[in-house]
Design a protein around this ligand. Structure first.
Ligand code: FAD
Length: 396
């Protein structure tokens, strides 16, 4: 089958990899003019790590990624009140890596080894599913006919909009904005430590990376809209929201002006009754963004892509059956992840003093043996079973 995969982030190239393995003909289209660089870090582990392992990616992910040795809660004066190992939360010693989202995407894309036609700098502008084929019109004016279209184009998915309806119907805004930016030469530094500071309404995380790079992650309560594509206005919103706050907030906001990369977006989830319609489907954030609160969006994106490809591989061309099994197999698991993530909003941006106290107390307890696993591990543990890879019923 000819499958147009829209979006070359995490889910898109993963899907293309496995579709190719199944003998299908995937084509990727990505609106960015070239593979994206920089951007925020993702912690990557769980069943998504298992998918990466099946793709032979783990050595490359370890080479490009980092291993944080400590998550540290600090007071406004910088005193440590909580300290624990990130790996304890993830219930793993070595099956996890912190890696730039763009490096994860690049590693997956490179695994395609030039075997998948990829069109950069274009996107879909119209989809016409006549039941037998999908007629696709691109923003560039080109047209194509394909058997399936899969949207892997993230939280603000255009494929979802074209095939399922407006963004507002499916986006559940959590009333928080997130910003991630990196700067060179910022001090103080704490090598490979996540230093976390919070007040009512926001959290600031400082990550000291190799080569004198520091990444900041700000999560801030903000119920209104975000200025789109206007970086000055976006940075102004953060400065106005965090003016006069303690800890390293002022230093981080000052450093933000000289950031080498800057990202900001709403923290939202995508919740849909179904991820497929006719010959169009969705994977990754486009289908079921769990938000950064879940800390597992990229892993879920890879799991969804793998399962969708596995179901298409064993359906012998029956996309209806494959789509149905894809949703049935994953929807309850993904919904549980989304539900669990919503409860973590108080850790990322406490609404009031009580939530701040709960956050700080929970962080303090995480340092006690076994507590991290009991407090967080259960919601982070993956209960999904990955199907064996089969084509026409035989394992390969
Ligand atoms: C600050 C932050 C921290 C996070 N931390 C973690 C973490 O610790 N662990 C974790 O697992 N996850 C984390 N996530 C979530 C994770 O980044 C996402 O869940 C993951 O990237 C989803 O992958 P995706 O391929 O579905 O979408 P994306 O990675 O968003 O990729 C979508 C791709 O589609 C392209 N695209 C968009 N629109 C179009 C269009 N119209 N046409 C063509 N192409 C298009 C984009 O350019 C992009 O390349 C975090 C997210 C944020 C914002």
């Amino acid at each position: 089958m000819k499958v147009l995969v829209v979006g070359a982030g995490i889910a898109g190239p993963t899907l293309a990899f496995w579709l190719l393995r199944a003998g299908h003909e995937p084509v990727l289209v990505e609106q960015a003019p070239a593979p994206r660089r920089g951007g925020h870090l993702v912690d990557f582990w769980g069943a998504g790590f298992n998918v990466a392992e099946r793709m032979g990616l783990v050595p490359e992910l370890r080479r490009r990624g980092h291993r944080f040795t400590e998550a540290r809660g600090v007071t406004s004066s910088g005193r440590t009140f909580a300290s624990f190992e990130p790996s304890a939360v993830m219930r793993t010693d070595d099956r996890y890596v912190s890696i730039a989202r763009s490096d994860l995407a690049a590693a997956i894309y490179e695994a395609l080894d030039g075997r998948v036609e990829t069109v950069f700098g274009d996107t879909v502008s119209a989809l016409d599913d006549d039941g037998d084929r999908v007629h696709v019109t691109f923003a560039s004016g080109h047209t194509r006919e394909v058997d399936l279209v899969i949207g892997a184009d993230g939280l603000h998915s255009r494929v979802r909009r074209l095939a399922f309806g407006p963004q507002e119907r499916y986006e559940d805004r959590l009333g928080i904005v997130v910003s991630a930016f990196d700067v060179v030469g910022y001090g103080p530094r704490d090598e490979l430590v996540a230093v976390m500071y919070a007040e009512v309404g926001f959290q600031l995380v400082r990550l000291s990376l190799p080569d004198n790079v520091t990444m900041f992650l700000i999560t801030m309560r903000h119920a209104g809209d975000l200025p789109e594509r206007d970086v000055d206005a976006q940075q102004h919103l953060l400065r106005a929201g965090l003016a006069g706050r303690g800890g390293e907030t002022a230093g981080a906001l000052e450093a933000m002006s000289a950031a080498s990369s800057f990202y900001v977006d709403r923290v939202s989830q995508v919740r849909m009754p179904t991820w497929t319609r006719g010959r169009v489907g969705l994977v990754g954030d486009a289908a079921a963004c769990p938000s950064l609160l879940a800390g597992q969006g990229s892993a879920l994106a890879m799991i969804e892509a793998y399962v969708l490809a596995a179901e298409l591989a064993r359906s012998g061309g029956d996309h209806v059956a494959a789509f149905e099994r894809y949703g049935a197999r994953l929807a309850p698991f993904v919904r549980a992840k989304q539900d669990a993530a919503r409860g973590l909003g108080l850790a990322f941006a406490p609404r009031n003093r009580v939530q701040l106290l709960i956050r700080n107390a929970a962080m303090t307890m995480m340092g006690l043996p076994g507590v991290a696993d009991r407090v967080m591990g259960r919601s982070f543990h993956d209960t999904v079973e990955l199907p064996a890879w089969t084509t026409s019923g035989s394992s390969i």
